[in-house]
Design a protein around this ligand. Structure first.
Ligand code: OTD
Ligand code: ZN
Ligand code: ZN
Length: 346
């Protein structure tokens, strides 16, 4: 197969930032994607329905000419989030999910949750109205090794929260381990899981062998090879519970290439080419539509896009800029480290 047409894909986990960075990176997503779940980890975070409405307006102002992208907004869960505000923002159609960050787990997560009992009321309201909770699944206990933080979170935080809140619809965001894959598979259809593009391509050696590669550093950090293989099998399986969330997370180069570099891989630009490559390698190109275009809307109870995106394999390798020049500074595009022959026909 050298040509494949999919319903236009969506990105169910995306960082768009704000201001000059937002304007610089937004076209990279709107070129191929119809919708995205927009993460609320701005500084300060997007906590209330009013803040989400204002952020959505800023995204719409930054849209490139002619784009038809629909940003799907999320609220950042804090210990003082008001269940009534969440319910109103969901009822109005503005907000499609609430995001749970354990405090300190990732970039701009210090306003997240420390005491899960304090958010019980919000979670119960969300279960009642069917609003999904998107979860960054890592414990922050300094005693837990960074490579074990996802597995420990599933057992000690995620599973107890789900048991305590029957009916709560949860998305395990950016799973990076076989433990995450296995847990998602062992549960019912009120649990979904997003998988990033980069976690299908890199394992922890790519970050550390032959010199430290700051542009491969993200959270959750890439794990051992057998975890990457489990993620590839899950993503390409066609199973409804697994769908694309790129977690494309731009940082300007000076903040990545320094003594204490920020976490995040920027994949908005080349994700669809990379996914076609990965799915073809796995012999599962026919399941790319399920992963990138169909399973996400089904979980979020939204229609599959009517528009399409065509990907074509050619003899010459796909090219993309090494960096996106934004008004905030240069952002390095994720380099898979191998040539890719699939092109999206924009
Ligand atoms: N991971 N970087 C960021 C967020 C994510 O956990 C995440 O969702 C970011 O820069 O906002 C990252 O590595
Ligand atoms: Zn996260
Ligand atoms: Zn993210």
């Amino acid at each position: 197969m050298t040509r494949i047409t999919l319903p236009r894909p969506d990105d169910w986990h995306l960082h768009l930032r704000d201001g000059a960075m937002l304007s610089g990176v937004l076209p990279e997503t709107t070129r191929h994607f119809a919708r995205a779940i927009v993460m609320p980890n701005l500084v300060p975070p997007v906590v209330t329905g009013a803040e989400a409405a204002a952020y959505r307006d800023r995204i719409l102002v930054a849209m490139p000419e002619g784009a038809t992208f629909d940003p799907l907004m999320t609220l950042y869960l804090t210990e003082t989030t008001d269940p009534a505000d969440v319910a109103a923002a969901a009822a109005s159609g503005l907000v499609k999910a609430v995001k749970l960050y354990p405090a300190g787990a990732t970039t701009n997560s210090h306003s997240g949750v420390r005491d899960f009992d304090k958010v019980r009321g919000v979670l119960e309201k969300m279960a009642e109205i069917g609003l999904p909770l998107c979860v960054h699944g890592e414990v922050v206990d300094p005693a837990v090794d960074i490579f074990d933080r996802e597995a420990v979170f599933i057992e000690t935080v995620l599973d107890p929260i789900r048991r305590a809140t029957p009916g709560l619809r949860v998305v395990m965001e950016h799973i990076t381990t076989k433990d995450g894959v296995d847990y998602a598979r062992s549960q019912g259809d009120d649990l979904g899981a997003t998988i990033t593009t980069h976690h299908l391509i890199i394992n922890r050696n790519h970050i550390l062998v032959g010199g430290i590669k700051p542009h491969y550093y993200c959270l959750p950090v890439a794990k051992r090879e057998h975890h990457r293989l489990a993620l590839r099998a899950a993503a390409t399986s066609g199973e409804a519970r697994f769908f694309l969330g790129t977690d494309s997370a731009p940082h300007v180069d000076p903040l990545k290439e320094c003594a204490c570099g920020c976490a995040g891989c920027f994949t908005a630009t080349n994700t669809m080419s990379l996914l076609a490559h990965v799915f073809e390698e796995e012999g599962k190109l026919a399941n790319l539509a399920a992963f990138a275009s169909e399973n996400g809307p089904r979980f979020y109870r939204l229609p599959v896009n009517k528009e399409t995106l065509t990907l074509e394999k050619t003899a010459s390798a796909a090219t993309w800029p090494a960096k996106i020049e934004t008004g905030a500074g240069p952002v390095t595009v994720f380099d898979p480290g191998f040539p890719v022959f699939w092109h999206a026909i924009d």
